[in-house]
Design a protein around this ligand. Structure first.
Ligand code: NAI
Length: 306
């Protein structure tokens, strides 16, 4: 199993590290445009192999896509991250050009690759990757919902004063502060609805804290987060590589599902060796349907900028 990660910055390197530590891939190739940067990150990570006990071979390349040839999965993290006060949508001017050229180069050298798009604004970048590569829709996956759901579970566990392993919850919709749709109605603590423990007001606080989860970290760090994004991407890569058939909310091209078409937006999907193997349609309440509709309008407005 060969995995390429484009962008050896904060998220790309974190993702490569989690993939290596989980020890399921034979090879990870890091690619960056900055001279020597990916090679340096790869060497540093390889020097953790004997310490962390993994056999994954990590190599780096400066913009040389011949080294990525034959990749089964490629993750696109190249592009600029947001600074405090910025929205993800404001990154589109620079990141659209980067995602376009990187997607084309990846597919040229690995025609059977499954792409995972991380660069923001992620739903629009996933849609752009479809437009430029023409890959079948099961092979282009946007990562946002897995991270937003992890942040939702963190906030739920905090409010419930429960261990995170007892808590479940999912965030669908667009990967933006306004567009996220945390499904508080379906959140549970050990199979019991979270609403049995928390007031409507407290659940709404959890929802609001989840929506600004990325912005809160950007305010604290001065740039966007990397540990949870890297871990979320590695979870998607592992589900595909190990054919796990796990369900994650991912951005995918919709064709009528959830009453939406011609956009990529986060919905639950089954991930296995063929990438997106099934889109799972859950029954939404009227309020959740309206939130999804509004979220889709936001994503489409950003798509109109590419
Ligand atoms: P970073 O600045 O640490 O790393 C980005 C890397 O991309 C840099 O090393 C840069 O040299 C490289 N790069 C730029 N243009 C390139 C090109 N044409 N080819 C190859 N490499 C290129 O940024 P960070 O924090 O890793 O974030 C990366 C992206 O991921 C941002 O757009 C950020 O907004 C997004 N992100 C998305 C998340 C999600 O849930 N979808 C979560 C966190 C970040």
């Amino acid at each position: 199993m060969k995995v390429t990660v484009v962008g050896a910055g904060a998220v790309g390197a974190s993702c490569a590290e989690y993939i290596a530590i989980k020890n399921f891939a034979s090879e990870v190739v890091l690619v960056d445009i900055k001279e020597g940067f990916a090679e340096g990150k790869a060497m540093d990570l390889m020097q953790t192999a004997s310490l962390n006990g993994f056999d994954t071979k990590i190599t780096g390349a400066t913009n040389d896509y011949s080294k990525t040839a034959g990749s089964d999965i490629a993750v696109i993290t190249s592009g600029i991250p947001r600074k405090p006060g910025m929205t993800r949508e404001e990154l589109i001017g620079i990141n659209a050009g980067i995602v376009k050229s990187v997607s084309e180069s990846l597919v040229k050298h690995s025609p059977d690759v499954i792409l995972i798009v991380v660069s923001n604004p992620m739903d629009t970048m996933t849609y752009l990757a479809h437009k430029v590569t023409g890959l079948p829709k099961n092979r282009i996956i946007g990562m946002g919902g897995a991270l937003d759901s992890a942040r939702f579970k963190y906030r739920l566990a905090e409010a419930l004063e429960a261990p995170i392993s007892d808590v479940d919850g999912m965030v669908i919709g667009g990967h933006s502060d306004k567009g996220m749709v945390p499904l508080t109605r379906l959140a549970t603590r050990n199979s019991v609805p979270a609403s049995e423990f928390l007031s409507e007001e407290r659940l709404d606080e959890v929802l609001q804290a989840t929506k600004v989860g990325g912005a809160t970290l950007t305010g604290l760090l001065g740039t966007s987060a990397w540990y949870a994004p890297g871990a979320a991407v590695s979870g998607l890569v592992q589900a595909i590589a190990c054919d796990q058939k796990k369900i994650f909310p991912c951005s995918t091209l919709l064709d009528g599902e959830y009453g939406l078409s011609d956009l990529c937006i986060g919905v639950p999907v089954v991930l296995g060796r063929n990438g997106i193997e099934k889109i799972v349609e859950i029954n939404l309440s009227d309020a959740e349907k309206a939130a999804m509709q509004a979220s889709a309008e936001g994503v489409k407005a950003t798509n109109a900028l590419i």
